[in-house]
Design a protein around this ligand. Structure first.
Ligand code: AMP
Ligand code: MG
Length: 417
C-alpha cells in the first residue's frame, strides 16, 4: 500500500497548470498571473507636486530670510490634471496643487503652509506675488517622473499570486483585464443508498449528503469551481451514469465520495474501471485509507472515502495540492506549524491526522485533541483549528513532544516563495 507521500507524488506528477483566461483586474485577487506585467509608462508619468503650494526655482530663494524675504511674481496657476501653460523664469513662481504637473524651470515646491498665505479661501485666484521667508532645497516636494516605477520594468512576474495591493498598480497601467490561470472545474459526486439531498426530509435509515457540500466548499477554498452532481445510488449502473454526466461537463477533475472501501455495495471502483482505470485505491493513512485515484474517460478521478471527516482530510491531503497546481500555484505544501502535544498520541503506524485545538501558551503552540477521532465525528472537526500529523511509521508520541500540525484556517492565499 502506498504511503501518503508516495501517493501524493504519483498524483501530482499527472497534473499540469491549466491555461490562462482574461478576467477583470479587480476580481483577480488570489489568482495566478499567467504573464509578466511590464510597466507601459513611468509612474508618476510626469514630475508632480506632493503638496499644495508654489512651484519655484530653489536658486531664487538662496538668500530669503525672515527679515529679507524674497518676492516672486506669480505667473500661473496649475491645478491637478492640467498641463502647465507656463515655464518659470528667474524671479517667478506658479501656484500648484498636489498631483499637478511641475512646470518647466521649477525644481521645488514651497508648501502653502510655509508661505503665510490664507488657505481657507476656496476658488480664490492666486496672488500676483508671494514673499518667501526661507530658502528651499532643490527637489523639495517634487515627486520625480518614474520615481515609483520605470517604463519597461517588470513589476510582476508570471506565476505571482495576485494580492489586494497589486490591483492598483495594474490599474495605473490601464489594465482593466489581466491574464490569469483559469480556475479548475471539479465535478463532485456523492454515492450511497442512504443519502438524500440536504433539503429533503429523512426517512428511517437515511442521512443527508453532507459530503457534496463539504467538498464543494473545499473546492472553492482552493480556487476551484465545483459542479455539484448530487447522489448516485450504490449500483454500478447508477454510478456509471453519474460519472458519464460528470464527464459530459468536461471538468478538470472528478471527485466522488464513498463506495470505495470493501463493502458489498462499494461499487465506485467497478464503475470507474468500466471506462477508465485506477492507479491506486488505498493509502496508508488515517483517517481515510480507501482513497482511489485514476482517470475516467481521461479525466482525473479521485474516489474519496465516505466518512465525512475522511472525505475532508483526504481532500486536504490530495485534492488541495492538485487544485493549487492546476491553478498555477508553485507552493503546494500546506503550511505547517510546530506544536507541543499536551497529551500522548497514538497511531497504528499509518500517517495520521488528528483533529486538534492549537493554542498559544507562552511562546509555544500547544495542541490537544478536539474530541472524538472517529472518522464520522464531524463536530470534532468543527471544533478543531488544526490537524496534528503523526508521521508514517510512528505509533506513539509522548506528551510534551513537538509535532507538525496544519492550521486549518491558515494563510492559504499566501504563496511563500
Ligand atoms: P462508505 O464509504 O460508502 O462505506 O461510507 C462510509 C460512511 O460514510 C457511511 O457511514 C456513510 O453513510 C457515510 N457517508 C457516505 N457518503 C456520505 C455523504 N455524502 N455525506 C455524509 N455521509 C456520507
Ligand atoms: Mg456507502
Amino acid at each position: 500500500m502506498l504511503t501518503v507521500s508516495e501517493a501524493l507524488a504519483k498524483v501530482l506528477s499527472s497534473f499540469r497548470t491549466l491555461e490562462a483566461e482574461s478576467i477583470r483586474s479587480e476580481s483577480a485577487v488570489g489568482r495566478v498571473l499567467a504573464e509578466p506585467i511590464r510597466a507601459t509608462l513611468d509612474l508618476p508619468p510626469f514630475p508632480n507636486s506632493s503638496m499644495d503650494g508654489y512651484a519655484v526655482r530653489a536658486e531664487d530663494l538662496r538668500t530669503a530670510s525672515a527679515h529679507r524675504p524674497t518676492t516672486l511674481t506669480v505667473i500661473g496657476d496649475i491645478p491637478a490634471g492640467a498641463a502647465p501653460a507656463v515655464s518659470l523664469e528667474r524671479g517667478t513662481a506658479a501656484r500648484i496643487m498636489t498631483g499637478a504637473h511641475v512646470p518647466d524651470g521649477a525644481d521645488s515646491v514651497v508648501p502653502i503652509e510655509a508661505t503665510g498665505a490664507d488657505r481657507s479661501v476656496v476658488d480664490a485666484p492666486p496672488p500676483t506675488a508671494i514673499a518667501l521667508h526661507q530658502p528651499i532645497e532643490s527637489g523639495a516636494y517634487i515627486r520625480p517622473k518614474g520615481e515609483d516605477v520605470r517604463s519597461g520594468d517588470t513589476v510582476m512576474e508570471a506565476g505571482r499570486v495576485l494580492r489586494v495591493y497589486d490591483i492598483g498598480l495594474l490599474a495605473s497601467f490601464g489594465l482593466t483585464r489581466v491574464n490569469v490561470i483559469r480556475r479548475p472545474r471539479v465535478a463532485v459526486i456523492s454515492t450511497g443508498d442512504e443519502l438524500v439531498e440536504i433539503d429533503q426530509p429523512l426517512r428511517p435509515g437515511q442521512i443527508r449528503d453532507s459530503n457534496s457540500y463539504s467538498l464543494a466548499a473545499l473546492t472553492h477554498k482552493y480556487g476551484g469551481e465545483p459542479l455539484m452532481l448530487g447522489v448516485a445510488r450504490d449500483r454500478v449502473e447508477a454510478v456509471t451514469a453519474k460519472l458519464q454526466a460528470a464527464a459530459d461537463l468536461h471538468p478538470d477533475l472528478i471527485v466522488s465520495s464513498a463506495g470505495v472501501s470493501v463493502g458489498a455495495y462499494d461499487v465506485v471502483k467497478a464503475a470507474v474501471e468500466r471506462d477508465g482505470a485506477l492507479d491506486f485505491w488505498k493509502v496508508r493513512m488515517r483517517p481515510g485509507k480507501p482513497v482511489a485515484f485514476g482517470q475516467y474517460r481521461g479525466i482525473p478521478f479521485f474516489g474519496l472515502p465516505g466518512n465525512p471527516v475522511s472525505a475532508i482530510v483526504s481532500f486536504e491531503i490530495f485534492v488541495r495540492p492538485v487544485l493549487l497546481k492546476l491553478g498555477g500555484r508553485r507552493n503546494l505544501e500546506k503550511p505547517a506549524v510546530d506544536v507541543k502535544v499536551s497529551e500522548p498520541l497514538h497511531s497504528d503506524g499509518r500517517e495520521t491526522y488528528l483533529r486538534a485545538v492549537v493554542r498559544k501558551v507562552g511562546n509555544e503552540l500547544a495542541a490537544h485533541s478536539a474530541g472524538g477521532q472517529g472518522s464520522n465525528i464531524l463536530s470534532a472537526l468543527v471544533n478543531a483549528n488544526a490537524l496534528v500529523i503523526i508521521p508514517e511509521g510512528v505509533v506513539e508520541i509522548p506528551s510534551g513532544s513537538m509535532v507538525k500540525a496544519w492550521m486549518l484556517d491558515g494563510p492559504e492565499e499566501v504563496d511563500w516563495q
